[in-house]
Design a protein around this ligand. Structure first.
Ligand code: PMP
Length: 395
């Protein structure tokens, strides 16, 4: 059949360019020792930044949630799927981020991907201008495609370029959207300056804090706490499948914005509500993140980040200017990045190679993701292995 033959040809072309992606199947939690396809590995590729995904209290809370509310929600939020577990979680999340937002209300989503589609499609209608940072996550890019607004992309971190665009815009509604922690580079967006511009030019600032929520800020409230920001112009998206260790996401903003989303965000309205048991377990996640245990885990993670950066001695490969748990080692060519990842795998270390189109051409990389569940010895091990892999690649 011709249709199949066309697809097969395209897949072969991807394989030829070393761009074919492969999944690996884990038989145990990635915690961070994991059994993958029958092999025991030490993983540095999970976003479980605080090591909560297999925390006994969360496992117990999930069981309790399933007993109390059942497993499936059975309906969309506006029909019959909105349970007390969702309502309590939304209240708790709104309270948690309320130091940074005016009249905060939160809306829970099954995934961050859906949350980003929802925010952008609901806020940036036909009469809006939407300004998107060039290294934004794929889910935000897809959100800009779903929005009917005119989309303009500004270069990474270039607040002057953004200001020129804002100044030139006569749209009634302006929306600026950015990752807070860039998911493939690990650096931070200049949020204070972005917010000042948004306030000056009357634009919403949508912040995707997928990699900051739970990790940044003394209390783990994320990037807004890290930068000590508060504004009615802020629209905050935090994910709950990374540091929070469960799954799902939330959007928090002024109550009026959230009510607008409930009425108008199609990715919120036309989908089955997430499992209430997960929402129930997430209440315990927020307790852990905001409590003493969260603070200890964040401090340990910070030590590991500093340790890794000090222990890597790279000659040709390059470490990015990142102080977060995402530490990319830029290699360049796809084949070399794959060879490096394979060399680490032989040594029992699971570090993913990230290639285009996820990152720009010629910037293929190893993306080392640290977690509070790692030990100092784990971090030494991966640093030494990367140093050796680089030396071998030169030889
Ligand atoms: N935004 C960013 C910056 C992300 O890295 C991700 C997930 N990789 C998402 C959004 C999507 O979140 P989720 O995985 O919950 O769909």
């Amino acid at each position: 059949m011709q249709l199949l033959a066309d697809l097969e040809q395209q897949l072969q072309a991807l394989d030829g360019q070393k761009l074919l992606r492969r999944r690996r199947t884990a038989d145990t939690p990635c915690a961070p020792h994991v059994t993958v396809d029958g092999r025991k590995l030490l993983a540095f590729c999970s976003n479980d930044y605080l090591g909560l995904a297999s925390h006994p209290r969360l496992i117990e809370a999930l069981r309790e949630g399933a007993t109390r509310y059942g497993v499936g929600s059975g309906g969309s939020h506006l029909i019959s799927g909105h349970s007390r577990a969702h309502a309590l979680l939304e209240e708790r999340l709104a309270e948690f981020v309320s130091p940074h937002l005016e009249q905060a209300r939160a809306l829970y989503f099954c995934t961050g991907y859906m949350a980003n589609l929802a925010v952008l499609s609901a806020l940036a209608g036909r009469d809006a201008d939407l300004f998107s940072e060039s290294l934004n996550h794929a889910s935000l890019i897809d959100g800009t495609r779903l929005a009917r607004a005119k989309v303009q992309v500004y270069a990474h971190g270039d607040t002057e370029a953004l200001e020129r665009l804002l100044k030139a815009s006569s749209a009634k509604t302006k929306v600026v959207v950015t990752d807070s922690v860039f998911s493939m580079d690990g650096d931070l967006a200049p949020l204070p300056r972005l917010l000042a511009l948004c306030e000056q030019y009357g634009a919403w600032l949508v912040v995707d804090d997928a990699h900051g929520f739970g990790v940044l800020g003394a209390q783990g409230r994320g990037a807004l706490e890290h930068f000590n920001l508060r504004s009615p112009y802020l629209i905050y998206m935090g994910t709950l499948g990374k540091a929070a260790g469960v799954g799902g996401a939330f959007v928090a903003a002024h109550a009026t914005v959230i009510e607008w989303m409930v009425q108008r965000a199609r990715p919120y309205i036309y989908t089955t509500a997430g499992a209430p048991a997960l929402a129930h377990a997430l209440l315990t996640s927020i307790d852990l993140i905001s409590g003493h245990e969260g603070a200890i885990r964040r401090a340990h993670l910070q030590q590991l980040i500093a340790q890794l950066k000090a222990a890597l001695h790279l000659q040709r490969w390059q470490l990015f200017a990142s102080d977060t748990a995402i530490q990319p080692v830029i290699i360049g060519q796809n084949a070399e990045a794959l060879r490096a990842s394979a060399s680490l795998l032989e040594q029992g270390l699971w570090v993913t190679a990230i290639r285009p189109p996820t990152v720009p051409a010629d910037t293929a990389r190893l993306r080392v993701a640290l977690s509070a569940a790692h030990t100092a010895a784990d971090v030494d091990r991966v640093a030494q292995a990367i140093n050796v892999a680089e030396a071998e690649s030169v030889a």
